[in-house]
Design a protein around this ligand. Structure first.
Ligand SMILES: Cc1cc2nc3c(=O)[nH]c(=O)nc-3n(C[C@H](O)[C@H](O)[C@H](O)COP(=O)(O)O)c2cc1C
Length: 215
């Protein structure tokens, strides 16, 4: 038996906090699909470096190009403004041990704030684009802006597509599976899975990847 969830908000869904379903679709917590967590880095218009903790993305391409598709960037963020202005951004993958420092960059989010200092991150310059890079990340991915689309048309979020120009990978992560896919590797977001029977809210979880078998 399957539980059916339609476009209309299921009235038995309880929110975890008052504005939850002002911010997110009920489909998000109905499905609870995990995605990689990373930091997007850009320059603010005043020259301060910006860090944005981000999920909701995927990465793919064909033999001619590789794309970072950030499916849901809020239009009110500095990152959205910075990317539209400079037409580039860097994606930085950090392990779970950096979670609190990434949240510190959200707590210190003034336009005047140096968000690298807020998160105690070491700044270096990207090789191919005009963007700051988090040195502590095990992968840095430099992107130029390919496309911006407001998928819902509501002026709230946008899909931002970056064309990958360059990747830097920390040498200890260059071989095998252990570093990239354990606690030291990709950090994942599990978006608060709703109890679809009772409607009780779930809690978001932060996860790592466990390899089960090789293909
Ligand atoms: C775990 C986590 C995941 C997040 N994922 C996203 C996301 O995918 N898209 C988004 O727009 N904001 C996301 N945010 C919120 C942004 O990090 C937050 O709005 C940030 O302050 C934006 O920074 P900026 O204004 O400096 O660009 C996330 C926050 C957390 C804690």
């Amino acid at each position: 038996m399957k539980i059916e969830i339609g476009k209309d908000f299921p009235h038995y869904f309880k929110s975890a906090y008052p504005e939850e379903f002002e911010l997110f679709s009920h489909f998000e917590v109905a499905a609870g699909i995990p995605s990689a967590l990373f930091a997007v880095t850009t320059w603010k218009g005043n020259g301060q470096p910006n860090v944005c903790f981000h999920a909701w993305s995927c990465f793919h391409g064909d033999k001619t190009a590789f794309f970072a598709v950030m499916g849901n960037l809020y239009q009110h963020t500095h990152t959205y403004t910075n990317i539209k202005r400079d037409r580039c951004f860097c994606i930085n993958f950090l392990p779970i041990s950096y979670y609190d420092r990434l949240v510190d960059t959200i707590r210190n989010n003034d336009v005047e704030a140096d968000e690298f200092a807020a998160g105690q991150f070491t700044l270096s310059n990207a090789r191919t684009i005009h963007a700051p890079v988090i040195q502590e990340a095990f992968i840095n991915m430099e992107c130029t802006l390919e496309d911006v689309r407001d998928l819902s048309g509501a002026g709230i979020t946008a899909m931002v597509v970056g064309r990958v120009q360059h990747i830097s990978v920390e040498k200890e992560y260059a071989q095998g599976y252990e570093r990239r896919y354990g606690r030291d590797g990709f950090m994942m977001l599990v978006p608060a899975p709703q109890d679809l029977v009772t409607g009780e809210p779930g809690q978001s979880a932060i996860a790592s990847v466990k390899i089960e078998m090789l293909d």
